[in-house]
Write a protein that binds this ligand. Structure first.
Ligand code: G3P
Length: 224
């Protein structure tokens, strides 16, 4: 299971990499808009942080497949050939995914709300497929269950596509998919940090320190 960070906030990425086992960064046009900076400037900084082999996912904007392909080529020139190109699974997007795969471009199919879209992205040969867990729940469906069904479709058909679940709003959605063993998930920094937010854990760790200090004095550690 890979864990990626769903943000273009460079400081948040730096901080999260210090404390958590992470495999890369995903962005989308809304995330870049929220960062409020020139896209290639911020993406270049993220690429530098991740190193040339880190997983970086960047989305195309165009509506037509051929234009998406041109954008993919520009993104790869600017940010490295191993950059994953995110393409919405619309009819033009599906065509673009096939064009990109014919050219050896790494592709993340995105904007996935349905098992049908995930199936077609897998059939088209996408490397990753990104279903939107919480947005699916906002439509009245069970987001976790829907993504589990997508994994079942990939397993049943032997597709090599890896699910990269996105759009998380709580840690129950995260553990629901971790238990099922999907390939990857991308989390906003607050949800990632939420995985370790627990007052019982904090107080247990503090109690161990306080007990040791009663034995050896304030500030004592196993170095003493
Ligand atoms: O890239 C897709 C993901 O970031 C969507 O998340 O929070 O906008 O539903 P959200």
């Amino acid at each position: 299971m890979k864990i990626l960070l769903d943000t273009a906030d460079v400081n948040a990425i730096r901080r999260a990499y210090e404390y958590f086992p992470l495999d890369g960064v995903t962005t989308n046009p809304s995330i870049l808009a929220a960062a409020g900076r020139a896209p290639y400037e911020v993406l270049g900084e993220i690429r530098d942080l991740l190193g040339k082999d880190g997983d970086l996912h960047v989305q195309v904007i165009s509506r037509k497949a051929e234009d998406m392909l041109a954008e993919a080529q520009r993104i790869r020139e600017k940010l490295g050939e191993n950059t994953f190109i995110k393409v919405p699974v619309t009819p033009e997007g599906l065509k673009a995914i096939m064009l990109m795969k014919e050219r050896g471009i790494r592709v993340t199919a995105t904007c996935i709300y349905t098992v049908q879209q995930a199936f077609l992205a897998g059939k088209a040969g996408a490397d990753y497929a990104a279903p939107y867990v919480n947005r699916i729940e906002n439509l009245g469906e069970d987001g976790v269950k829907t993504v589990q069904r997508m994994q079942d479709v990939y397993d049943a058909n032997g597709f090599g596509t890896c699910l990269l679940a996105a759009s998380f709003k709580n840690t129950r959605q995260v553990t629901g998919l971790a238990e099922y063993g999907i390939g990857a998930m991308t989390l906003p920094p607050d949800i990632l940090e939420g995985l370790l937010k627990n007052p019982c854990v904090d107080s247990a760790a503090e109690k161990f320190i306080a007990d040791f200090e009663t034995l050896r004095g304030p500030g004592a550690t196993m170095l003493d």
